[in-house]
Design a protein around this ligand. Structure first.
Ligand code: PEP
Ligand code: MG
Length: 902
């Protein structure tokens, strides 16, 4: 016979911590604590296996389960010295859910089970407290009525409110026993009326129904939603723990509380707890009363306090991690009701892991695996104070939610265009740029802002990519936020937010909140430094970490957070500065080759200066510079500018004035028309531009090499890697390679500086991955541009994916946003093919990744497994990438791994 019920009580339990999958987190830790001799009320746990049977067999209990429950109950009654349904010594139990991972508040619980018309009288006599007994009974009737019998909670509450109104009192404790007794009668009538049957008076029947209801609550809508967000498989199911009730509301020597063995926000050592005298746990959870600091317990019951502190320390050492505990003191006697590994802020996660190593509780491997890579990123950014944010949301200040595109907490006044953002920030204001979407022309405004929010766009949309690179908080695709540029306002959640109003953005969760929420500063703290130093030690000779950086300032920042080179300089971003864009336009619209060259010569000066700055900042480290990639029309005008130019031209024509301006407008408009493409992302861009307009690439290569030679001449080591974007045929690769070499060698010959450089390509077109062996004949390195590779493999437009992605995720048609988390089975397969074929031609081919996936933990692990040389990501993601790379290696070792890397 399968064992479905595991008992615990009086210092002995049948279960233990290792049985988490079978007994759920709550059940297994109650068993473990019992075995450790910690005071836990007696009880038993019904296994997840019983749930699985129930779920499979159309809500039927497996054979023998009821008998086993009765045996468990008998033992519980003996341990507690009480009897379920015994009017003299009534046992009351709680029936609680518990999955193998904690799903706080998502499933159901029934408290005070065992009460009926007889036992309530017995409880009153036994506790000498009539009010307490009737309060328990009316709570139980309402809870059971709601959770088990499916009657709306409000139906019960309305009656309680009516009583309070009639009595002219505000709080529940002011309602006297006689009224509670009457209320219990009303509740029973309500049950009869709604269900057609009287309230079940038999406590065993109550128990059977309550276990059913907790089983069933696995399928509650909120639980399903929670599982979807946290990737929890539906087949895990829940265990059910039945445990003797203990009461914190039996007077001033009773109480209840919650505690952490370290501060969950900062990670600082020290018991961090709160206590509420004469109260039950649900009062704390429901926020009905505000708990006091734990000093309250020390003052009232010093012995219980000392015991609690001793137990907290013991639990932490036992579990080797920070614990979150729930406790109740019943008439001076302490009971632990739960322990679990405590949820903590990112900063606390790093600090606790580091401290536990230094306290010799865990080893470095364990510490490195325990911190999530995104937590080290978050740990160095300012974040919102959790409580303040929760309060703001509870107060109804949440304006909307979008995709969490770039982590960080930003507070500022809303502006609706980039110029205003620059203007206001120059005047010392903090601003947040709100746009329907962003374009490269918004870059200066984005830079001037604390954060960016857009109503459209996915995670690799322009706004997202640029914001991550700048280290700005960013929320994209917030479709609840309707931006009205004309009126300089946005509508959200029934409110209108106007220019100048203050909002707060959480780029790590996607929340947009009205008014300011307090932030807590983030820096590269000694804890983060120490943890990452360990990470670097373990990933040595493994996966390198480089930065995507476009400016000397970003390069410098990247270096400070540990970048070992630059994996991608997107040179086009350098052309958007206000003094450069007119020259760029001149170049694009030049009527003759000579005019084009003249404009290019002027651009060369700017580019060379930028490269000098970047090479200096990255002295001694490799720098991959990508030649121009986007279609040229992006430099001409946005849709809005285009409309404005047409209007301006018609106005000038009608007035017959300013002929020079008219001609200039005509020129730009004609060029826009000429360059317009139906599918620009699949159009005239990348190496296709380099081949049809070789002068542009010629200028860029000259600028790179002149800068490199100039810096090398000053005695610094430079290692330029020139990268051709979007190659798909061997012909494209050969031609751009030869062209690049010719120009670069020309510069070396001219300057007389001996300098090593290499020429390679991005692999962004699926075809390039498939013919990587041929491409590698003319490419000295590869870098996977997985943004475009994902776009072209799925056939999803990077810029429009937000239109259908949420629906796909909701329906489970995609496990993740493939632009955020690398699709290993599809896109990843192409990456593997590309690596394998590329190295067939050049066994020592250096291979990296520079799409947004280079900073995402599971993708970094994949890159390690398939044998890449490095990952490259924006500087704010570098700490996480360093950790993820170390984790990949540690996990491989632990699995006894000889993977791809051997
Ligand atoms: C890519 O496609 O992955 C890439 C890094 O290039 P971009 O995002 O600039 O197109
Ligand atoms: Mg690309």
């Amino acid at each position: 016979m399968t064992k479905f019920v595991y008992s615990f009580g009086r210092g002995k339990a049948e279960g233990s911590s290792v049985m988490r999958n079978l007994l759920g987190g709550k059940g297994c830790e109650l068993a473990e604590m019992t075995n450790l001799g910690i005071p836990v009320p007696p009880g038993f746990t019904v296994t997840t296996q019983a749930w699985a049977h129930y779920n499979r067999a159309d809500r039927q209990w497996p054979e023998g389960l009821w008998d086993q429950v009765q045996v468990g109950l008998e033992r519980l009654e003996t341990d507690a010295g009480l009897g379920l349904g015994d009017p003299k010594r009534p046992l009351l139990v709680s029936v609680r859910s518990g999955a193998r991972v904690s799903m706080p508040g998502m499933m159901e619980t029934v408290l005070n089970l065992g009460l009926n018309d007889e036992t309530v009288e017995g409880l009153a006599v036994k506790t000498h407290n009539e009010r307490f007994a009737w309060d328990c009974y009316r709570r139980f009737l309402a809870m059971f009525g709601n959770v088990v019998l499916g009657i709306r909670r409000e139906a019960f509450e309305e009656h309680l409110t009516a009583v309070k109104t009639r009595l002219g009192v505000k709080t529940d404790p002011e309602v006297p026993a006689a009224e509670l007794r009457k209320l219990a009668e009303t509740y029973k009538d309500l049950v009869l009326e709604r269900t057609g049957a009287p309230f079940p008076q038999d406590p065993r029947e109550q128990l059977r129904l309550a276990i059913d209801a907790v089983f069933e609550s696995w399928w509650a809508k909120k639980a399903i939603e929670y599982r979807r967000i946290h990737d929890i498989p539906a087949e895990w199911g829940t265990a059910v723990t039945v445990m003797a009730m203990v009461f914190g509301n039996l007077g001033e020597t009773s109480g209840t509380g919650v505690g952490f063995t370290r501060d969950p926000r900062s990670g600082e050592p020290g018991f961090y707890a709160e206590f509420l005298a004469n109260a039950q746990g649900e009062d704390v959870v429901a926020g009905i009363r505000t708990p006091e600091p734990i000093e309250g317990l020390r003052r009232r019951m010093p012995a219980a306090y000392d015991q609690l502190l001793e137990i907290a320390g013991r639990l932490e050492r036992h579990y080797k991690d920070m614990q979150d505990i729930e406790f109740t003191v019943q008439e001076g006697t302490l009971f632990l009701l739960q322990t679990r590994s405590g949820k903590r802020s990112a900063r606390a996660a790093v600090r606790v892991a580091r401290d536990l190593v230094n306290e010799h509780v865990i080893d470095q491997h364990t510490a490195l695996l325990r911190v999530r890579p995104q937590e080290v990123n978050e740990a160095i950014r300012p974040v919102f104070d959790d409580r303040e944010k929760a309060r703001a949301i509870a107060d109804g200040r949440l304006l909307g939610r979008g995709l969490a595109a770039a982590p960080g907490a930003a507070v500022g006044q809303v502006v609706f265009d980039a110029d205003r953002a620059v203007e206001w920030s120059k005047a010392g204001q903090h601003v947040i740029l709100a746009r329907p979407e962003t374009s490269p022309e918004d870059v200066a405004g984005m830079y001037a802002s604390e954060g960016i929010v857009t109503s459209r766009g996915g995670r690799t949309s322009h706004a997202a990519v640029v914001a991550v690179g700048m280290g700005k908080a960013c929320v994209v695709g917030a479709s609840d936020i309707v931006v009205d540029e004309e009126r300089r306002a946005f509508m959200a959640n029934g409110r209108t937010v106007r220019e100048g109003d203050v909002i707060s953005l959480d780029g790590g969760t996607g929340e947009v909140i009205l008014d300011a929420v307090t932030t807590v500063e983030g820096t590269m703290s000694p804890e983060v430094e120490e943890l990452l130093a360990w990470a670097d030690r373990y990933r040595k000779d493994g996966l390198g970490v480089r930065a995507n950086a476009d400016t000397p300032v970003d390069a410098q920042r990247a270096r400070e957070v540990g970048a070992e080179g630059i994996g991608l300089v997107r040179t086009e971003h350098m052309f958007f500065a206000p003094e450069r864009i007119p020259i760029m336009r001149e170049m694009i619209m030049a009527p003759t080759a000579a005019a084009q060259q003249a404009a290019l010569d002027r651009l060369l000066v700017f580019q060379r200066d930028d490269f000098v700055g970047i090479f200096r900042a990255m002295e001694g480290l490799p720098v991959t510079v990508r030649l121009l990639d986007p279609p040229l029309h992006e430099f001409l005008a946005s849709q809005k500018d285009y409309r404005e130019m047409i209007e301006e031209k018609s106005r000038l024509e009608a007035l017959g004035i300013n002929p020079e301006r008219q001609r200039s407008l005509e020129g730009i408009l004609a060029a826009v028309e000429r360059l317009r493409e139906a599918n620009p992302m699949l159009g005239h861009r990348g190496c296709r531009l380099g081949i049809t307009s070789p002068r542009i690439y010629g200028m860029q290569v000259t600028a790179i090499m002149e800068a490199a030679c100039a810096v090398a001449e000053q005695g610094m080591r430079v290692e330029p890697e020139i990268m051709i974007p979007l190659t798909g045929t061997v012909g494209e690769m050969r031609e751009t390679y030869e062209q690049t070499r010719k120009v670069a060698d020309g510069v070396i010959a001219r300057t007389g500086v001996s300098l090593k450089y290499s020429v390679g390509t991005m692999i962004e077109v699926p075809r390039a991955a498939l013919i990587a062996d041929q491409i590698a004949q003319h490419a000295e390195f590869f870098s996977f541009g997985t943004n475009d590779l994902t776009q072209m493999t799925f056939g999803y437009s990077r810029d429009d994916v937000a239109k259908f992605l949420p629906a796909y995720l909701q329906k489970g048609l995609l496990p993740h946003d493939p632009f955020a988390v690398l699709d290993q089975e599809g896109v990843g397969e192409l990456v593997k093919i590309g690596i394998e074929r590329g190295r067939r031609t050049r066994p020592d081919l250096k291979i990296g990744i520079c799409g947004e996936h280079g900073g995402e933990a599971s993708s970094v692990e994949f890159c390690y497994r398939v044998g890449m040389s490095y990952v490259s990501c924006s500087w704010p993601l570098i700490p996480g990438a360093r950790l993820a790379a170390a984790q990949a290696r540690i996990r491989e070792r632990q699995a006894g791994g000889a993977g791809f890397r051997g």
